[in-house]
Design a protein. Structure first.
Length: 221
């Protein structure tokens, strides 16, 4: 194959893992990155556009690919302002999906979250749910929405809530085998593996829950 991929969020934890995997994947000859800053990775496949992602809709002429991977996301700690938070977690993925529709890009894969629900009383879950709902309205030929639990990985910033969850998970074997298994943390590497698989395989499910992410990624190991 000679595919082109677009990654939004390649400087983040999961997006960076995805980028590294695509660089090793012979099916992809061109990887286009839209971000505010460089990943710092030099490779002949990489083509970077340094832009204001809030203005993504202005880049329709260069937003062209076979597969679009959206790994955009923030946290309450990093983005306490709710309007800015929504502009990131809802606005950017929706703008990307809209460009996919306008440019006839057949594949759009986006990371959401476990617990996403457009009717939730929790702002975070409601924002993710509304994003999913809007993305699906564009009716892109192949759309997959990943809903991971806690994402494990070596982040530059420390997240206290995630640290607490990790300590609890170490003390709870049921997260591995029991009814709570669906809540087990998932690494950024596994999420990236699942995204690449979904872009290149026939998979009926649109929403990919946490357990399915683990199952898809483990099939590679």
């Amino acid at each position: 194959m000679n595919k082109t991929a677009i990654i939004l969020g390649a400087t983040g934890l999961t997006g960076n893992s995805l980028l590294l995997q695509l660089l090793e994947d012979d099916r992809y000859s061109r990887i286009v990155l839209f971000s505010r800053k460089s990943t710092g990775i030099q490779h002949p496949k990489i083509h970077e556009y340094f832009i204001d992602l809030f203005q993504l809709s202005n880049y329709k002429s260069v937003f062209k690919a076979d597969d679009v991977f959206c790994c955009i996301g923030t946290t309450k700690a990093k983005t306490p302002n709710k309007d800015t938070y929504k502009a990131i977690d809802y606005g950017i993925p929706v703008s990307a999906a809209e460009l996919c529709k306008k440019n006839n890009i057949p594949t759009f894969i986006v990371i959401s979250s476990m617990g996403s629900n457009e009717k939730s009383k929790l702002f975070y879950n409601r924002t993710k749910g509304l994003m999913e709902q809007k993305v699906l309205k564009f009716d892109i030929k192949k759309t997959h929405i990943l809903q991971p639990s806690l994402i494990e990985g070596n982040r530059k910033e420390k997240r206290f809530g995630e640290w607490i969850f990790k300590q609890l998970s170490k003390a709870m074997p049921l997260l591995k085998v029991g009814p709570l298994k669906k809540y087990q943390p998932v690494s950024e590497n596994k999420i990236a593996k699942a995204m690449v698989y979904l872009a290149n395989a026939e998979h009926k499910e649109i929403r990919i829950d946490n357990l399915t992410i683990h199952e898809i990624a483990n099939s590679y190991d």
